[in-house]
Design a protein around this ligand. Structure first.
Ligand code: NDP
Length: 326
């Protein structure tokens, strides 16, 4: 038995519900390891878990992405040993902790040239960008798509990944500075959707046709206008709710807009097969190693100050990836 400090919350709510607490950690059980976490990724899903949009059992934990070193292994663990450098992304919250006992299933061995901070800033976001661009709709050279929140954590990685595929991404972002950064990171066009009507701009950029694919993580505020950007038979990829959940939709709206397709994917489904997950991670590491994808860690906070990180993320003040340091 050992102790650790972790962020916990007793009720859903604003950032103020997050508390820095000491807690006991049991020894790792069968198939588990004890991990000393060196860096933890901040993700928008942590906000949904905190607010209860995605309800959690209470008292709750947060965080689905971290990297660190194995300090102890439980009975029956194969393929992982004390001292191994590992990272993970998982739908089971609990990464906001200095140490954590985790099952080996979500663990990914880190190559020596992938730093802990880079892994914690890119595994969940990078594998998401990967499955969106390679598996949800496999983009090819010359394909065009609209991608919202282009200067965010997932967005900056997606832009660079699309550039490596030769695809043309039109990005949206909430300020001129964010648009400039999106353009430096693979986006062919960037629309300040706070200042400009993005439907009009997308139509202008596509000679009135619209785009065949929209990747929308904003949700409530953009849903209808994102549909309006699609050309007939277009695909709406709704993968997040940064502004709130998308209200119930009428299927006939998809017919009227031109036989549209809608999908609501999650990383969890795409990485459920461990072989596929490892392939996606290897592809991500190769892109990082080659310099085709640069991980922008623009914010670092002490883990104990996770509440401030949440405030900044929700206020749209963060750019690229954010890590929490134990
Ligand atoms: P980001 O760093 O992209 O932060 C969210 C961004 O959304 C903000 O920076 C802001 O950018 C934009 N935004 C627009 N409207 C709002 C609003 N009302 N409140 C807050 N933000 C707003 O976060 P992540 O990279 O962690 O995640 C991006 C999205 O991808 C999230 O919606 C997340 O839930 C989703 N996601 C989905 C996954 C899946 O498998 N389905 C997996 C991983 C992430 P701007 O100011 O430029 O508009």
């Amino acid at each position: 038995m050992t102790t650790t400090h972790a962020i916990r919350f007793d009720q859903h709510g604003g950032p103020e519900v997050l508390q820095w607490r000491e807690q006991e950690l049991a020894d790792p059980g069968p198939g588990q390891v004890l991990l000393r976490q060196e860096a933890i990724g901040l993700n928008f899903i942590d906000v949904y878990h905190r607010t209860g949009l995605y309800p959690q059992p209470l008292p709750g934990s947060l965080g689905g992405e971290a990297a660190g070193v194995i300090e102890a292994v439980g009975p029956g663990v194969e393929g992982f040993a004390v001292g191994d450098r590992v990272g993970y992304c998982t739908g089971a919250p609990g990464a906001y902790a200095q140490r954590r006992v985790v099952p080996v299933a979500p663990l990914i061995k880190l190559p020596d040239d992938i730093a802990f901070e880079v892994a914690a800033a890119s595994l969940l976001k990078g594998l998401t960008a990967y499955y969106l661009l390679h598996r949800t709709r496999a983009l090819k050279a010359g394909d065009v798509a609209l991608f919202h929140a282009a200067a965010g954590g997932v967005g900056l990685i997606a832009g660079q990944m699309a550039r490596s595929l030769g695809a043309t991404l039109i990005g949206t972002a909430g300020s001129a500075a964010k648009c400039a950064l999106a353009l430096e990171n693979g986006y062919a066009h960037a629309i300040d959707y706070v200042q400009d009507d993005f439907v009009t701009r997308v139509k202008d950029l596509t000679a009135g046709r619209g785009v065949p694919v929209v990747y929308d993580s904003i949700g409530r505020d953009t849903w209808e206008r994102s549909l309006a950007c699609l050309q007939p038979f277009g695909l709406m990829v709704s993968f997040g709710n940064a502004s709130g959940a998308v209200p119930p939709i009428k299927l006939t709206d998809l017919a009227a807009a031109g036989s549209l397709y809608v999908t609501r994917p999650t990383l969890g489904t795409h990485m459920a097969d461990p072989v596929v997950k490892q392939q996606m991670a290897d592809a991500l590491f190769a892109l990082i190693r080659s310099g085709q994808v640069k991980i922008h860690i623009n914010q670092r906070y002490p883990l104990a100050e996770a509440a401030q990180a949440h405030r900044d993320l929700e206020a749209r003040k963060t750019i690229g990836s954010t890590v929490l340091l134990p």
